[in-house]
Design a protein around this ligand. Structure first.
Ligand SMILES: [Zn+2]
Length: 239
């Protein structure tokens, strides 16, 4: 995790979340999980230039790294929630409310300086989730850009929602601080719909209009959710 602090977050809260044990070379969260500090210079190297067509591979790499990170992080959260509930077999992540699960998942990222996000689940039953991110570390590292730069976050949200929904989802960033927007906004949903949203974004269509487009779009997922076993088989980490 990055060692950046949120500009509006008291430093004491950051220090409380990350416990340093220099003698052992350890950074840990209060519950004992080991974390790594990601130098801002590395974030700059990873993201700068990613808006250029020649760096599509870098964008895909960041997106897929985020996707796998989101899946694995949600898998760990699932285990922690099961432990907290006493390990009962009828208490698992999928039986808990989505807002609670997603807020629990996102809280450590905010505490570690990756920014704060708000999930709009008003269209979740249609397979669409909207995410607002403030204080993106990627946008801060990149500076001004011609296209959205938060590919790592897009992958994170897609991976986390894929795990929770038990169906493969993808994400597109439609507004980004690096473009001069007030915050970064993402749409998470079925691949074909996200492809349409990305095409619309590249055509210069604004975020609100893209949201209307994706909600009007019809896909097999939105119309008829596939059966359980088929949905589970699409989760990459289960391959
Ligand atoms: Zn962004």
């Amino acid at each position: 995790m990055s060692d950046r602090s949120l500009s509006d977050q008291p430093r004491s809260a950051h220090e409380e979340f990350i416990r340093s044990r220099p003698a052992e070379g350890l950074l840990q969260t209060p519950d004992g999980r080991r974390v790594a500090a990601l130098p801002e210079a590395l974030m700059q190297v990873l993201h700068r230039g990613s808006s250029e067509p020649a760096t599509d591979n870098r964008r895909h790499l960041l997106y897929h790294a985020g996707y796998e990170w989101g899946l694995q992080d949600m898998l760990q959260l699932s285990a922690r929630l099961r432990e907290e509930s006493g390990g009962t077999t009828n208490t698992n992540l999928w039986k808990m409310d989505a807002p609670f699960v997603l807020e629990r998942w996102a809280a450590p990222f905010a505490a570690a300086g990756w920014g704060a996000c708000i999930f709009d689940l008003s269209s979740h039953t249609k397979g669409i989730t909207f995410v607002e991110l403030r204080h993106s570390a990627a946008a801060a590292a990149t500076g001004n850009a011609a296209t959205p730069v938060c590919h790592l976050y897009a992958g994170l949200f897609a991976g986390a929602l894929s795990f929770y929904d038990r169906v493969e989802s993808h994400a597109v960033e439609t507004e980004c601080v690096a473009l001069g927007d007030a915050c970064c906004r993402f749409i998470v949903g079925p691949g074909p719909i996200i492809d349409q949203a990305e095409s619309a974004r590249r055509s210069g269509i604004a975020h609100d209009a893209i949201c209307r487009l994706v909600l009007e779009a019809r896909t097999p997922l939105a119309a008829t959710p596939p059966a359980g076993p088929a949905k589970a088989a699409k989760i990459p980490w289960k391959k």
